[in-house]
Design a protein around this ligand. Structure first.
Ligand code: DOR
Ligand code: ZN
Length: 346
Protein backbone atom coordinates (compact mmCIF):
# COMPACT_ATOMS: atom_id res chain seq x y z
CA UNK A 1 0.00 0.00 0.00
CA UNK A 2 1.22 3.48 -0.87
CA UNK A 3 2.88 5.39 1.98
CA UNK A 4 2.76 8.79 0.32
CA UNK A 5 0.02 10.53 -1.64
CA UNK A 6 0.39 13.92 -3.34
CA UNK A 7 -2.72 15.69 -4.59
CA UNK A 8 -3.88 19.26 -5.25
CA UNK A 9 -5.47 20.81 -2.15
CA UNK A 10 -8.90 19.53 -1.26
CA UNK A 11 -12.22 21.36 -0.94
CA UNK A 12 -14.26 21.60 2.24
CA UNK A 13 -17.89 22.39 1.51
CA UNK A 14 -19.01 23.10 5.08
CA UNK A 15 -16.84 25.30 7.30
CA UNK A 16 -17.48 27.38 10.43
CA UNK A 17 -14.75 29.89 11.20
CA UNK A 18 -16.73 32.40 13.32
CA UNK A 19 -15.49 35.98 13.66
CA UNK A 20 -13.03 38.06 15.74
CA UNK A 21 -10.36 36.21 17.73
CA UNK A 22 -11.77 32.78 16.93
CA UNK A 23 -11.68 33.59 13.21
CA UNK A 24 -8.06 34.70 13.51
CA UNK A 25 -7.24 31.41 15.25
CA UNK A 26 -9.00 28.97 12.93
CA UNK A 27 -8.79 30.54 9.44
CA UNK A 28 -5.02 29.79 9.18
CA UNK A 29 -5.81 26.14 9.95
CA UNK A 30 -7.90 25.79 6.76
CA UNK A 31 -4.77 25.43 4.63
CA UNK A 32 -3.00 23.39 7.32
CA UNK A 33 -5.74 20.81 6.89
CA UNK A 34 -4.97 20.59 3.16
CA UNK A 35 -7.95 22.70 2.07
CA UNK A 36 -7.96 25.49 -0.55
CA UNK A 37 -11.71 25.91 -1.09
CA UNK A 38 -13.86 26.61 1.98
CA UNK A 39 -17.63 26.94 1.86
CA UNK A 40 -18.30 29.33 4.72
CA UNK A 41 -21.34 29.07 6.99
CA UNK A 42 -23.35 32.18 7.89
CA UNK A 43 -24.48 31.34 11.45
CA UNK A 44 -22.61 34.18 13.12
CA UNK A 45 -24.14 36.21 15.92
CA UNK A 46 -26.11 37.97 14.48
CA UNK A 47 -26.53 35.75 11.39
CA UNK A 48 -25.50 36.97 7.93
CA UNK A 49 -28.79 37.96 6.32
CA UNK A 50 -27.74 40.70 3.89
CA UNK A 51 -25.46 40.68 0.87
CA UNK A 52 -23.33 43.39 2.47
CA UNK A 53 -22.92 41.38 5.70
CA UNK A 54 -21.63 38.44 3.67
CA UNK A 55 -19.28 40.51 1.51
CA UNK A 56 -17.84 42.31 4.55
CA UNK A 57 -17.29 38.98 6.29
CA UNK A 58 -15.48 37.65 3.23
CA UNK A 59 -13.13 40.65 3.37
CA UNK A 60 -12.36 39.92 7.04
CA UNK A 61 -11.57 36.31 6.12
CA UNK A 62 -9.31 37.42 3.27
CA UNK A 63 -7.46 39.73 5.65
CA UNK A 64 -6.52 36.66 7.70
CA UNK A 65 -5.62 34.38 4.76
CA UNK A 66 -6.05 35.69 1.21
CA UNK A 67 -4.98 32.38 -0.38
CA UNK A 68 -8.13 30.42 0.46
CA UNK A 69 -11.02 30.46 -2.02
CA UNK A 70 -13.93 31.40 0.27
CA UNK A 71 -17.35 30.48 -1.09
CA UNK A 72 -20.01 32.43 0.73
CA UNK A 73 -23.57 31.78 1.93
CA UNK A 74 -26.52 33.74 3.28
CA UNK A 75 -28.58 32.65 6.30
CA UNK A 76 -32.14 31.86 5.21
CA UNK A 77 -34.55 34.24 6.94
CA UNK A 78 -37.52 36.40 5.91
CA UNK A 79 -34.97 39.02 4.74
CA UNK A 80 -33.86 36.69 1.93
CA UNK A 81 -36.41 37.66 -0.72
CA UNK A 82 -36.17 36.99 -4.49
CA UNK A 83 -34.58 40.42 -5.16
CA UNK A 84 -31.96 39.65 -2.48
CA UNK A 85 -31.26 36.33 -4.21
CA UNK A 86 -30.69 38.13 -7.51
CA UNK A 87 -28.38 40.67 -5.84
CA UNK A 88 -26.53 37.84 -4.06
CA UNK A 89 -25.97 36.01 -7.32
CA UNK A 90 -24.56 39.17 -8.91
CA UNK A 91 -22.28 39.68 -5.89
CA UNK A 92 -20.84 36.16 -6.31
CA UNK A 93 -22.50 34.54 -3.29
CA UNK A 94 -22.83 30.81 -3.88
CA UNK A 95 -25.66 29.60 -1.70
CA UNK A 96 -28.19 29.96 1.09
CA UNK A 97 -28.05 27.94 4.29
CA UNK A 98 -31.30 26.88 5.89
CA UNK A 99 -31.33 26.15 9.62
CA UNK A 100 -34.58 24.83 11.06
CA UNK A 101 -35.43 26.89 14.11
CA UNK A 102 -33.63 25.82 17.30
CA UNK A 103 -31.84 22.69 16.03
CA UNK A 104 -28.25 23.78 16.58
CA UNK A 105 -25.76 26.57 17.34
CA UNK A 106 -27.12 30.02 16.43
CA UNK A 107 -30.29 28.73 14.81
CA UNK A 108 -32.66 30.90 16.87
CA UNK A 109 -33.45 32.89 13.73
CA UNK A 110 -34.04 29.70 11.75
CA UNK A 111 -36.94 28.52 9.62
CA UNK A 112 -40.24 27.49 11.22
CA UNK A 113 -42.09 26.72 8.00
CA UNK A 114 -40.80 26.23 4.44
CA UNK A 115 -43.79 27.42 2.44
CA UNK A 116 -43.15 31.17 2.88
CA UNK A 117 -39.77 30.59 1.24
CA UNK A 118 -41.05 28.99 -1.97
CA UNK A 119 -40.65 32.26 -3.95
CA UNK A 120 -37.07 32.47 -2.61
CA UNK A 121 -36.38 28.86 -3.62
CA UNK A 122 -37.86 29.57 -7.07
CA UNK A 123 -35.52 32.56 -7.49
CA UNK A 124 -32.56 30.43 -6.34
CA UNK A 125 -33.48 27.76 -8.87
CA UNK A 126 -33.63 30.40 -11.61
CA UNK A 127 -30.33 31.97 -10.53
CA UNK A 128 -28.70 28.55 -10.08
CA UNK A 129 -27.79 29.12 -6.45
CA UNK A 130 -27.32 26.24 -4.00
CA UNK A 131 -29.66 25.52 -1.09
CA UNK A 132 -27.82 24.01 1.90
CA UNK A 133 -30.12 22.18 4.27
CA UNK A 134 -29.43 21.43 7.88
CA UNK A 135 -31.60 18.32 7.75
CA UNK A 136 -33.19 17.96 11.16
CA UNK A 137 -36.66 18.50 12.55
CA UNK A 138 -36.72 20.58 15.71
CA UNK A 139 -37.53 18.67 18.88
CA UNK A 140 -40.47 20.92 19.81
CA UNK A 141 -42.58 18.07 18.40
CA UNK A 142 -42.71 15.53 21.27
CA UNK A 143 -42.07 12.60 18.91
CA UNK A 144 -38.79 14.06 17.65
CA UNK A 145 -35.53 13.24 19.43
CA UNK A 146 -31.83 13.36 18.68
CA UNK A 147 -31.81 9.99 16.95
CA UNK A 148 -34.78 10.46 14.60
CA UNK A 149 -34.52 14.21 13.93
CA UNK A 150 -32.68 13.68 10.63
CA UNK A 151 -34.81 10.83 9.33
CA UNK A 152 -37.94 12.86 10.17
CA UNK A 153 -36.65 15.69 8.00
CA UNK A 154 -36.30 13.56 4.85
CA UNK A 155 -39.91 14.07 3.65
CA UNK A 156 -39.14 17.81 3.62
CA UNK A 157 -36.08 17.16 1.45
CA UNK A 158 -38.20 15.14 -0.99
CA UNK A 159 -40.88 17.80 -1.01
CA UNK A 160 -38.54 20.72 -1.78
CA UNK A 161 -36.78 18.64 -4.44
CA UNK A 162 -40.10 17.75 -6.07
CA UNK A 163 -41.27 21.37 -6.13
CA UNK A 164 -37.93 22.72 -7.37
CA UNK A 165 -36.36 19.86 -9.34
CA UNK A 166 -33.56 21.97 -10.82
CA UNK A 167 -32.64 23.66 -7.55
CA UNK A 168 -29.26 22.34 -6.44
CA UNK A 169 -29.70 21.09 -2.87
CA UNK A 170 -27.08 19.78 -0.45
CA UNK A 171 -28.25 17.76 2.53
CA UNK A 172 -25.54 18.86 4.92
CA UNK A 173 -23.59 16.57 7.27
CA UNK A 174 -25.76 13.53 6.74
CA UNK A 175 -25.48 11.06 9.60
CA UNK A 176 -27.88 8.19 8.95
CA UNK A 177 -28.39 5.27 6.59
CA UNK A 178 -31.87 6.69 5.93
CA UNK A 179 -30.36 10.00 4.77
CA UNK A 180 -27.88 8.25 2.46
CA UNK A 181 -30.72 6.25 0.92
CA UNK A 182 -32.87 9.37 0.52
CA UNK A 183 -30.11 11.25 -1.31
CA UNK A 184 -29.62 8.28 -3.63
CA UNK A 185 -33.34 8.32 -4.43
CA UNK A 186 -33.29 11.99 -5.48
CA UNK A 187 -32.22 13.31 -8.88
CA UNK A 188 -28.75 14.66 -9.74
CA UNK A 189 -29.55 18.12 -8.36
CA UNK A 190 -29.44 16.68 -4.82
CA UNK A 191 -26.15 15.79 -3.11
CA UNK A 192 -24.90 15.42 0.47
CA UNK A 193 -21.88 16.37 2.49
CA UNK A 194 -20.32 13.99 5.00
CA UNK A 195 -18.03 15.18 7.81
CA UNK A 196 -14.81 13.51 8.95
CA UNK A 197 -16.01 13.06 12.52
CA UNK A 198 -19.22 11.28 11.54
CA UNK A 199 -17.05 8.67 9.80
CA UNK A 200 -15.54 7.88 13.24
CA UNK A 201 -18.26 8.42 15.81
CA UNK A 202 -21.35 6.63 17.04
CA UNK A 203 -23.64 7.69 19.85
CA UNK A 204 -21.50 5.91 22.45
CA UNK A 205 -18.70 8.38 21.67
CA UNK A 206 -20.64 11.54 22.44
CA UNK A 207 -22.87 10.31 25.28
CA UNK A 208 -20.69 11.42 28.19
CA UNK A 209 -18.10 13.26 26.07
CA UNK A 210 -19.23 16.72 25.02
CA UNK A 211 -16.18 17.19 22.78
CA UNK A 212 -17.76 14.68 20.39
CA UNK A 213 -21.20 16.27 20.64
CA UNK A 214 -22.42 17.96 17.46
CA UNK A 215 -25.66 18.34 15.54
CA UNK A 216 -26.86 16.16 13.97
CA UNK A 217 -25.51 13.72 16.56
CA UNK A 218 -23.53 10.66 15.52
CA UNK A 219 -25.90 7.69 15.43
CA UNK A 220 -25.70 3.87 15.33
CA UNK A 221 -22.79 1.73 14.10
CA UNK A 222 -24.96 0.74 11.11
CA UNK A 223 -25.42 4.44 10.27
CA UNK A 224 -21.69 5.10 10.47
CA UNK A 225 -21.09 2.10 8.21
CA UNK A 226 -23.55 3.51 5.66
CA UNK A 227 -21.66 6.83 5.73
CA UNK A 228 -18.29 5.13 5.23
CA UNK A 229 -19.71 3.16 2.32
CA UNK A 230 -21.22 6.30 0.75
CA UNK A 231 -18.03 8.34 1.17
CA UNK A 232 -15.78 5.64 -0.27
CA UNK A 233 -18.25 4.45 -2.93
CA UNK A 234 -17.12 6.72 -5.77
CA UNK A 235 -20.68 8.07 -6.05
CA UNK A 236 -20.45 11.77 -6.94
CA UNK A 237 -23.49 12.64 -4.81
CA UNK A 238 -21.37 12.35 -1.64
CA UNK A 239 -18.54 14.75 -0.92
CA UNK A 240 -16.61 16.31 1.92
CA UNK A 241 -17.94 19.05 4.16
CA UNK A 242 -16.14 19.00 7.50
CA UNK A 243 -18.68 21.01 9.50
CA UNK A 244 -15.63 21.91 11.53
CA UNK A 245 -17.26 23.98 14.27
CA UNK A 246 -14.89 25.50 16.84
CA UNK A 247 -16.21 26.43 20.25
CA UNK A 248 -14.15 27.73 23.15
CA UNK A 249 -13.31 25.08 25.72
CA UNK A 250 -15.51 26.87 28.27
CA UNK A 251 -18.58 26.41 26.00
CA UNK A 252 -17.84 22.70 25.45
CA UNK A 253 -17.44 21.95 29.15
CA UNK A 254 -20.93 22.94 30.18
CA UNK A 255 -22.35 19.50 30.90
CA UNK A 256 -25.84 19.17 29.49
CA UNK A 257 -25.62 22.65 27.98
CA UNK A 258 -22.43 22.01 26.01
CA UNK A 259 -22.26 23.76 22.63
CA UNK A 260 -22.74 21.49 19.60
CA UNK A 261 -19.76 21.27 17.28
CA UNK A 262 -16.56 19.34 16.61
CA UNK A 263 -13.44 21.14 15.42
CA UNK A 264 -11.56 19.21 12.70
CA UNK A 265 -10.14 21.90 10.41
CA UNK A 266 -6.43 21.66 11.20
CA UNK A 267 -6.19 17.90 10.49
CA UNK A 268 -9.06 17.53 8.01
CA UNK A 269 -7.31 15.50 5.33
CA UNK A 270 -5.42 13.34 7.84
CA UNK A 271 -8.64 12.25 9.58
CA UNK A 272 -10.12 11.30 6.21
CA UNK A 273 -7.04 9.37 5.06
CA UNK A 274 -7.21 7.23 8.19
CA UNK A 275 -10.79 6.17 7.45
CA UNK A 276 -10.28 5.65 3.73
CA UNK A 277 -7.21 3.50 4.38
CA UNK A 278 -9.06 1.38 6.92
CA UNK A 279 -11.82 0.84 4.35
CA UNK A 280 -9.20 -0.19 1.75
CA UNK A 281 -10.36 2.71 -0.43
CA UNK A 282 -7.50 5.24 -0.36
CA UNK A 283 -7.79 5.52 -4.14
CA UNK A 284 -11.25 7.10 -3.68
CA UNK A 285 -10.07 9.79 -1.25
CA UNK A 286 -9.45 12.55 -3.79
CA UNK A 287 -12.84 12.05 -5.45
CA UNK A 288 -14.63 12.46 -2.14
CA UNK A 289 -12.44 15.16 -0.64
CA UNK A 290 -12.06 17.30 -3.70
CA UNK A 291 -13.39 16.33 -7.09
CA UNK A 292 -17.07 15.52 -6.50
CA UNK A 293 -17.76 18.66 -4.49
CA UNK A 294 -15.99 20.86 -7.02
CA UNK A 295 -18.04 19.27 -9.81
CA UNK A 296 -21.32 19.87 -7.97
CA UNK A 297 -20.39 23.49 -7.17
CA UNK A 298 -18.63 24.00 -10.55
CA UNK A 299 -15.32 25.01 -8.99
CA UNK A 300 -12.33 24.25 -11.22
CA UNK A 301 -9.48 22.09 -9.97
CA UNK A 302 -6.73 23.96 -8.10
CA UNK A 303 -3.91 24.62 -10.57
CA UNK A 304 -1.98 27.09 -8.41
CA UNK A 305 0.91 24.69 -7.99
CA UNK A 306 0.10 24.19 -4.33
CA UNK A 307 0.24 20.47 -3.59
CA UNK A 308 -0.64 18.54 -0.48
CA UNK A 309 1.32 15.43 0.45
CA UNK A 310 0.03 12.88 2.91
CA UNK A 311 2.81 10.78 4.41
CA UNK A 312 2.35 7.59 6.39
CA UNK A 313 3.80 9.04 9.59
CA UNK A 314 2.49 9.07 13.11
CA UNK A 315 1.52 12.36 14.67
CA UNK A 316 -0.34 13.17 17.85
CA UNK A 317 -3.31 15.55 17.65
CA UNK A 318 -2.60 18.44 20.05
CA UNK A 319 -4.68 18.62 23.23
CA UNK A 320 -5.68 22.22 22.42
CA UNK A 321 -5.06 24.98 19.92
CA UNK A 322 -5.19 28.68 20.76
CA UNK A 323 -5.15 30.11 24.25
CA UNK A 324 -7.23 31.91 26.81
CA UNK A 325 -10.84 32.46 25.83
CA UNK A 326 -10.29 30.97 22.38
CA UNK A 327 -8.77 27.68 23.50
CA UNK A 328 -10.23 24.96 21.24
CA UNK A 329 -9.98 21.18 21.66
CA UNK A 330 -9.46 19.46 18.30
CA UNK A 331 -11.18 16.21 17.39
CA UNK A 332 -9.25 13.16 18.73
CA UNK A 333 -7.05 15.40 20.90
CA UNK A 334 -4.09 13.47 22.28
CA UNK A 335 -4.63 10.52 19.92
CA UNK A 336 -2.23 9.30 17.25
CA UNK A 337 -3.03 9.72 13.57
CA UNK A 338 -1.14 7.64 11.04
CA UNK A 339 -1.09 10.16 8.21
CA UNK A 340 0.56 13.55 8.33
CA UNK A 341 -0.19 16.50 6.06
CA UNK A 342 2.63 18.38 4.32
CA UNK A 343 1.86 21.48 2.24
CA UNK A 344 4.25 22.88 -0.35
CA UNK A 345 2.85 26.43 -0.20
CA UNK A 346 5.28 29.13 0.86
O1 DOR B 1 -22.59 20.69 15.62
C1 DOR B 1 -22.84 21.67 14.96
N1 DOR B 1 -22.21 22.85 15.18
N2 DOR B 1 -23.78 21.58 14.03
C2 DOR B 1 -24.21 22.67 13.38
O2 DOR B 1 -25.08 22.53 12.58
C3 DOR B 1 -23.68 24.01 13.71
C4 DOR B 1 -22.34 23.92 14.27
C5 DOR B 1 -21.87 25.22 14.90
O3 DOR B 1 -22.06 26.28 14.30
O4 DOR B 1 -21.30 25.15 15.98
ZN1 ZN C 1 -22.43 23.42 10.26
Amino acid sequence: MSSEITIPPIADFHVHVRDGDMMRLVVPTIRQGGVSVAYIMPNLVPPLTTVDDVLNYKERLKDVDPEVNYLMTLYLSPAITPPVIRAAKKAGITGVKCYPHGVTTNSDHGVQSYEPFYPTFAAMEEEDMVLNLHGECPSRDPDIHLLNAEESFLPTLFDIHKRFPKLRIVLEHCTSKAAVEAVLKCGDSVAATITAHHLYLTLDNWAGNSHNFCKPVAKLPSDRQALIEAATSGNKKFFFGSDSAPHPLSAKEKGRNAAAGVYTQSHALAYLAEIFEKAGKLEKLEDFASKFGRTFYRIPEDRSGWLVTLKKEQSVVPMTIGEGVTTVVPFLAGETLHWKIYNNFA
